[in-house]
Design a protein around this ligand. Structure first.
Ligand SMILES: *Cc1c(COP(=O)(O)O)cnc(C)c1O
Length: 366
């Protein structure tokens, strides 16, 4: 039999989550962020299901090319923009739009000569309001916009955008400061505006503006501490599952797995499931990390190894070899697993490796 490890992608959840974003931000257009292979769910399948989005956000021209190859004609924005001068021609050819965040990119655009009759390149002008990762300083925006407008090959209607550093903490004043700084710049800017990522959509309705840029929520995942996507009406789009391949009786005092880091407090059954860090299950998931067996928790014990994970079956006298094991999904939010493992749900769903079997669930949501 083939290895049982399987990521099931719930296509209806993707579509419903887009509708839910529109309910939460009814006056905004939606950029569906599909970088990192659609947050690990599969770029082409995600883009197909989210074809009602007003635009897609990607991290690379190659991803934009993959979207175009599916035949989709939605707007596509490359979120870090031009990496070298030759990118400009490629973006034109593929009808991609570029974020513009740095003087070097502006200089490349100024040196570029658009072929006659070329469609003007659309740009998203990024201002750094406090995250200090990408973006022009606020006092440079007016000058940059003026220079862009002088370029015949560039569409004069840029979208002004910024990115929140900590919008998942709803009461952190840094987001308010970022909104204030953004508004200060936007007053002198003609064009559309975009501030909010997923957490910004949930926590800062005053920042929905013309475009929201949503990734996590489309996959049903929240980064708000202690609250999973379902708490906000979103549906997890991935179930990660496998099977139990062994059940072993282990005596009190014996140690489980590499390093012998976990000791049996009593005679007990230990289950072995066919998944490990070689599949993308986090090696740093500590003992106690929740796993579901027959709808009840069977926590991790011992270290996660490459192909296998060991489970505490003390609450599962009925467990059988071959039983389905659920690592995360609608019944066990990936956010809970992530919290136990000291990360965020995004990292876990992005981390599935090539040996994981991806299957599509076409059923309607229930
Ligand atoms: C990744 C990304 C987003 C989406 O963030 P989520 O938290 O997944 O909604 C939005 N904007 C930019 C610039 C991004 O890089």
């Amino acid at each position: 039999m083939s290895r049982a490890t399987r990521a099931t992608i719930h296509l209806a959840a993707l579509r419903e989550n887009l509708k839910r974003v529109r309910e939460v931000a009814p006056r905004s257009k939606v950029m569906a962020v599909v970088k990192a292979d659609g947050y690990g769910h599969g770029l082409e399948r995600v883009a197909r299901e989210l074809s009602a989005a007003d635009a897609f956000g990607v991290a690379s021209i190659a991803d934009g090319q993959r979207i175009r190859a599916t035949g989709l004609s939605n707007r596509v924005v490359v979120l870090s923009g031009i990496d070298e001068p030759s990118d400009i021609a490629q973006m034109r050819r593929l009808d991609l739009e570029s974020v513009l965040h740095h003087e070097s990119q502006l200089a490349w655009l100024e040196e570029d000569s658009a072929p006659a009759g070329a469609k003007p390149l659309r740009t998203w002008l990024k201002v750094d309001t406090g995250m200090h990762r990408l973006g022009f300083a606020p006092d440079r925006v007016a000058g940059v916009q003026a220079r862009l407008r002088a370029l015949p090959g560039v569409d004069p209607r840029s979208v002004l955008m910024t990115h929140f550093a900590n919008s998942d903490v709803f009461d952190d004043p840094i987001s308010m400061l970022q909104i204030d700084r953004f508004e200060g710049v936007a007053r002198a800017f003609t064009g559309e505006r975009s501030l909010a990522n997923s957490a910004g959509v949930l926590g800062f309705p005053q920042a929905h503006a013309d475009w929201v840029r949503v990734g996590g929520l489309l996959y049903g995942i929240s980064v708000v501490a202690g609250r999973s996507g379902s708490a906000f009406g979103f549906h997890p789009a991935m179930t990660l599952g496998t099977r139990l391949i062994a059940i072993n009786r282990v005596a009190r005092g014996e140690r489980i797995g590499y390093g012998g880091t976990w000791q049996c407090p009593e005679d007990m059954d230990v289950g072995v499931a066919a998944i490990g860090y070689g599949d993308g299950y986090p090696r740093h998931a500590p003992p106690g990390t929740p796993v579901l067996l027959r709808g009840r928790e069977a926590p991790v014990v011992g270290r996660v190894s490459m192909d296998l994970v060991t489970l505490d079956l003390r609450a599962h006298p009925d467990a059988r070899v071959g039983d389905e094991v659920l690592l995360w999904g609608p019944a066990l939010p990936v956010e809970r697993v992530a919290e136990a493992a000291g990360t965020i749900g995004y990292e876990l769903v992005c981390g599935m490796t090539r040996r994981v079997d991806f299957v599509e669930d076409h059923a309607p949501l229930h």
